[in-house]
Write a new protein. Structure first.
Length: 270
């Protein structure tokens, strides 16, 4: 992977918000930013790409530069299916940023099809941004969801890097549900799972202050609550209860849709 952040844009207001978030991410990394629009061919035409595609890419690039004028920005209009185009872009990127709903977003749907499909196929972490996200003061922690799965383990490394880049504290959260047959405090197994997930990584990032939280409840509800005071939420694409054949885990889909802050979804084995 190169020192590159890619943002997928489609002309929607949400994708402009994504462009701003991508610019900020590129600035933190000292990376270049690539603004990409996938143009799906519907019928033969004489002019490719369409003038409107160039216009929307230029508009998104202007938003990005308004956020981080020091970032080098390139633009591209690529013909093809949007998920396939962005999956190819992910091979050279450190991060891909998309809006949670684009021009085809319909109120009431859990999430636009592009973010879900992309997060399940991307070769790099995917940041999903909602237009109505809560403004961040930059002092909130980065929150990491931990469940012991391979994808969650990969998310730990990403979380430490993001916290270091943002000069933010890192809060590792594990949601657990008490055994009805033996109610009581968090089990020793849950405590060990959380401690083992962080072990070793903290030594590699001494500049990051880390705290661990065991919270009783369903993972989606626990992480949604944690996102209300976070500047970024990081989760694995699929957890321990992942079912073969599903594009993405139910918890990651839920937080991508409802979290109060941007969400980074990480695959363990791209």
């Amino acid at each position: 992977m190169g020192n590159l952040v890619v943002v997928g844009v489609d002309g929607s207001s949400t994708s402009l918000t994504a462009a701003e978030a991508a610019a900020a991410a590129a600035a933190r990394r000292g990376a270049a930013l690539r603004v990409v629009h996938a143009e799906v061919p519907i019928k033969p035409r004489y002019q490719v790409p369409e003038p409107g595609s160039r216009t929307l890419v230029d508009k998104a690039a202007a938003h990005a530069l308004g956020m981080a004028p020091e970032v080098m920005v390139t633009r591209a209009v690529v013909t093809g299916d949007v998920v396939h185009v962005l999956e190819l872009e992910s091979q050279a990127a450190d991060l891909i940023v998309v809006g949670s709903r684009g021009m085809g977003g319909i109120a009431g749907l859990l999430l636009g099809s592009t973010p879900v499909s992309l997060a399940s196929r991307s070769r790099c972490p995917v940041m999903t941004v909602r237009e109505e996200r809560r403004a961040s003061a930059g002092i909130e922690p980065v929150v990491l969801g931990v469940d012991g799965s391979p994808d969650s383990d990969a998310a730990v490394d990403v979380a430490f890097v993001e916290a270091a880049l943002r000069r933010a504290d890192l809060v590792a959260v594990h949601a657990w549900q008490p055994d009805k047959s033996s109610p009581g405090p968090a089990s020793e197994a849950a405590e060990q799972l959380l401690a083992q997930a962080i072990a070793g990584r903290a030594n590699a990032h001494p500049e990051v202050a880390v705290s661990c939280k065991l919270v009783s409840g369903k993972a989606r509800e626990v992480l949604l609550e944690a996102s209300s005071t976070a500047q970024l939420l990081i989760v694995g694409a699929r957890g321990r209860s992942g079912i073969a054949g599903l594009l993405l885990g139910s918890v990651s889909q839920f937080v991508m849709t409802h979290a109060h802050c941007p969400v980074v979804t990480v695959r363990g084995t791209p």
